[in-house]
Design a protein around this ligand. Sequence first.
Ligand SMILES: Cc1cc2nc3c(=O)[nH]c(=O)nc-3n(C[C@H](O)[C@H](O)[C@H](O)COP(=O)(O)OP(=O)(O)OC[C@H]3O[C@@H](n4cnc5c(N)ncnc54)[C@H](O)[C@@H]3O)c2cc1C
Length: 288
Amino acid sequence: MSSIQHYAAPRSLDEATELLRGGNVTILAGGTDLMPQAKSGKLAFKPTLMNIRRIGELRGIDHGGGVFRVGALTTISEMRNHPEIKAKLGVLWQACDHFASDQIRNAGTLGGNICNASPAGDTHVPLLVLDARVVLASKPNGAVTTRTMPLAEFLLGPGKTRREPSELLVAVEIAAPPKDFVGAFFKFGTRPALDISTISIGIGGVLKGKALHGARVAFGAVAPTAIRSPGAEAALEGKPLDNHVIALAAAAAERDIHPISDVRASEWYRRELVRNMLERMLGDVGHG
Ligand SMILES: Cc1cc2nc3c(=O)[nH]c(=O)nc-3n(C[C@H](O)[C@H](O)[C@H](O)COP(=O)(O)OP(=O)(O)OC[C@H]3O[C@@H](n4cnc5c(N)ncnc54)[C@H](O)[C@@H]3O)c2cc1C
């Protein structure tokens, strides 16, 4: 049930963080998670509904100095249409390409996808592969201050993050990966389009010969948050991607994940998907 007493549409970060100081604010970006959750009764609005869509400082994709800074209001479509994201952050681009429909991609934002903190959020897996950091702003003592932290620390569980009620997610920072970095994203849903991930997989690393260095493996929808798989990464690190190494990595990944059975799939099926699809993805990199 809605209990909105005040609607605000600030035009600057300064104004928005001022409003957030009092707490009791629901933040609205694209509304593609928020509105269905409110309608279904899963979410109750706080007294102030703050629409952040007019805040220019939350928009845009910059990539100077070897770091991509993607504003929280950047839509999935804007990332998908960005040539540098496609060229340099291919694993993130693939996730945007597999994300919902045009309508949802045009409205849904990166900040909303992260702060909604669904274990199946499709940007989380590539952002974990890319060691992304989130930038949070607040105004504790009359001036806007920011703090950053790795996305891996920010996500705590379904719908739960380390964001304080007084904070706004302003951007995501991603160091541009080194030359020869390869990345791939895979998502399985029960329908070919418009579906939330049953599982998702992201892999990355610098390919030297047939071996991945700085190997990264991440999964979505197999634990309370998207997770990296330290076991799979250790099994892969610097080793030629042959069948034996790939099987060891897949077995290690199975030990790192904690899938549940729900309406989308059973635990057993999720484990089968993770093993089989990770083996296929690594095989493709090894033979590529
Ligand atoms: C039909 C349909 C299909 C979908 N398919 C997919 C899919 O394939 N993959 C996927 O991952 N998701 C999917 N979603 C979920 C949703 O579209 C995404 O999570 C989207 O990125 C949310 O962004 P938004 O801007 O709409 O967020 P909103 O709904 O506006 O907000 C989501 C949450 O984040 C908070 N929030 C938003 N921005 C900020 C900010 N800057 N700082 C702090 N808090 C903030 C809000 O208060 C709210 O709690 C789908 C949704 C629908 C309805």
